[in-house]
Ligand binder design. Sequence first.
Ligand code: GLY
Length: 425
Amino acid sequence: MNVIVVGSGAREHALCRILHKSYLCEKVFCFPGNYGISQIAECKDISTKEDIVEECIKINPDLVVVGPENYLSENLAGELRNKGLNVFGPDSEGAKLESSKEFMKEFCQSHNIPTAKSQTFVDFDEAKNYLESFNGPIVVKYDGLAAGKGVFVCTNTNEAIEACERIFIKKEFNQENNKVVIEEFIEGKELSFFTITDGNEYLNIGSAQDYKRVGNNDTGPNTGGMGTISPAPILDNNLDMIIQDQIVKKTIEGLKHDNIAFQGVIFFGIIVNEHHQPYLLEYNTRFGDPEIQSISLRIKSDFLSLLHSTATKNLKYANIELFKNKKSICLILATKGYPGDYPKNTEIRNLSELKNNDEFYIFHAATKLINNKVFSNGGRVLSIVVCGDNFLECRNKVYEVADIIDWPEKYYRSDIGANIKFSYF
Ligand code: GLY
């Protein structure tokens, strides 16, 4: 089969690798891709929806996999499907689970899915009045897509009002029609849970714990993710059952009930409180980055046949098998300064000396090749992933590799996979 992957980050590199590995795979294309991806896929530097649709029609692949959320909310998957292609990724209607926080809340409410209590506002003064009636921590969410920057976990009312000012007055996300969802703060531990569905059937594909803050011990500003460990250590059998029962099953049934077609992956962002009760914080309608980097090395079964079955509504004939008892860790190497200002185009010298294999892989998020030299091309640049028998083994190896990489501008957290707690208590 020929496959096209849309996107350019380490998530797409991980997807290209695991699709390319399939015995069914003839060729992988990636639009636009990056230098790392170009080692295993034919990349083409196109990124507008129109260009991608045109190129997909020309190539006429057996499957298109849409990586990033912005394309999904622009209905790229829907348009390609209308042209007769098999696509993994929901139409814009299904993608609304991620692209509108208000829609997500209404969906949870109408299908009895546990989530934080919330209220939506379209006006700064009304939001401010509401916030002034509260004390203590509260969460403000920009309604639309914001590349991970639209959620403000505020410790007090003043911080929450400031967040609303940034959204409504300074218009940091959108010039008009701004909306916020203000929700109760739930204290607990987070995990990412992934389910693939063709709209009828569903299969769970694994879990991970994301390290979102830039600094060790979860300090400093939020980032796109500084590392993941998989599976999520707090996910014991009991919690897994509760999540499946109260969140996953109800979501799939809710989509069917509301006639929302969905062929793709649902990424449940979940928080578990001290009573072991999970609450849904957010839906994402694509694979998590950096979650899929770590999960992908644990997948044993054929990934191309899984995604193709999903896109053709044949998921009931597919299966997912993970390597038994294997763990994995993904460590992000970012450019020093990220998520603030950071230098661009810094040289990374010895990447070619590190040979990838089935249990160790370096995924590229932002690299380019100039005169045969590799340069950084963004904030989060590389994902080092190791799969092994236990987290300690994985941790030792990812940090050994991180130290070997000859890149003076590199920055990484040193506590990914350290002090793991295997249950909430
Ligand atoms: N790791 C969080 C995300 O992909 O949005």
